[in-house]
Design a protein around this ligand. Structure first.
Ligand code: F6P
Length: 379
């Protein structure tokens, strides 16, 4: 199944970006490349299009050097390495085939590329996959048979739902983008004495809605972690509307259920994955029946994943990237890098996989929102 690679010097490391893009990915890849090449004289291979780059044959790779990863990588959004959100077998235009087992394809690619370690920049879906690959490798390894599959994982996601880290790359920039959008929506809401319902991303976690709602002066924030009552919400909004303010902003996280307890899902995209869509519109029409104000809705959509990385994401990207290379140099593998109370740390992948970080309903941010008189639901 595998073949043994001769020990190469200098070390060769791989890096790939998996899952939804966000701001700060290129800065992370650049930091890894610069530190690995300049400090340790290692070779860095970029894998293109996430796990697909390791699954397809020929492998999709690019040689990364400080010249390739120039200054534009610090300041640009998206990912130059490309990414992929699909975890099933790739299809080939030329009818080619991959291994029947994709984990085997990954391990084989790792050996073929002569990697000593690989850095995976991803979110919870990517880490679950990584944990699966790790299990596959452990189950199939025979001593001395093939090279060890060593990896380091770096959390990135606008949703900030990766467990045990205060922040993932991309979250802070997404918040800035959302806040700027709601600031703009406030003006039009005020100009027309309207209620605006703003639907934001976040999948099963309400971090974006809660923080952006507080930071942009929203009047109501609905998150999946806290149930709400339609009549109470409407009464609150009507009260705000009847006040001198005469307009209101409702921020709703995409995975909030309808008043009937239903999750609204979109049909576009890969059927394997859940994509929430439509609660903003649903809520706006329900609200319209219950308040005297005119109501509109807007879904911010993928705009939230765009934008140039703001300073916090640039710094986090550089810190995570350097820490990843330092861990490889110390031969500390299969760790997920986290930031806790401002400090870099790392924990084993098995602790992070399949654990979702949702909003702490007893946490400070919920207390702050409630203290400001924002309607947060039945809490
Ligand atoms: O996980 C990031 C995220 O942007 C979620 O907030 C959102 O639900 C989902 O990805 C959208 O997925 P897609 O890009 O596949 O439409």
């Amino acid at each position: 199944m595998f073949f043994k690679r001769e020990i190469n010097t200098p070390k060769t490391i791989g890096v790939l970006v998996s899952g939804g893009d966000c701001a700060g990915l290129n800065a992370t890849v650049r930091a890894i490349t610069h530190h690995a090449t300049k400090t340790f004289n290692w070779r860095v291979i970029g894998i293109q299009r996430g796990y697909w780059g390791m699954w397809v044959r020929p492998l999709q790779t690019i040689e990364l050097t400080p010249d390739v990863c120039d200054h534009q990588w610090v300041s640009s959004g998206g990912t130059f390495l490309r990414s992929n959100k699909n975890y099933h077998a790739p299809t080939f235009a030329d009818g080619g085939k991959t291994f029947p087992n994709l984990d085997e394809a990954f391990c084989n690619a790792y050996n073929t590329l002569g990697l000593d370690a690989i850095v995976i920049i991803g979110g919870d879906g990517s880490f679950n996959k990584l944990n699966q690959i790790h299990d596959f490798y452990n189950k199939t390894k025979k001593k001395g048979d093939h090279n060890e599959v060593n990896f380091i994982a770096i959390p990135k996601t606008i949703d900030n739902d990766v467990a045990y880290t205060d922040l993932a790359i991309g979250h802070e920039t997404a918040l800035d983008v959302v806040i700027e959008a709601i600031d703009n929506i406030q003006f039009t809401a005020e100009s027309h004495d309207r209620v605006m319902v703003v639907e934001v991303m976040g999948r099963d976690a309400g971090h974006i809605a809660l923080k952006a709602g507080v930071a942009s002066g929203a009047d109501a924030i609905l998150i999946p972690e806290i149930p709400y009552n339609m009549d109470d919400l409407a009464k609150h909004i009507e009260r705000v509307y009847q006040s001198p303010q005469r307009h209101a902003i409702v921020v709703v996280a995409e995975s909030v259920k309808t008043p009937d307890g239903e999750h609204l899902r979109g049909t576009i995209g890969d059927e394997e994955q859940t994509r929430y869509r439509g609660i903003g519109e649903n809520l706006a029409s329900r609200l319209k029946e219950k308040v005297s104000a005119d109501v509109r809705f807007v879904s911010l959509g993928h705009v939230q994943r765009g934008g140039r990385p703001r300073v916090k994401d640039r710094l986090l990207a550089n810190r995570f990237g350097v820490h990843a290379v330092d861990l490889i140099a110390k031969k500390q593998f299969n760790r997920v890098i986290v930031v806790v109370n401002g400090k870099m740390a790392d924990i084993h992948i098995s602790e992070v996989a399949n654990v979702l970080q949702t909003v702490d309903v007893k946490g400070e941010m919920v207390h702050v929102a409630k203290s400001l008189g924002i309607y947060l639901g039945s809490i």
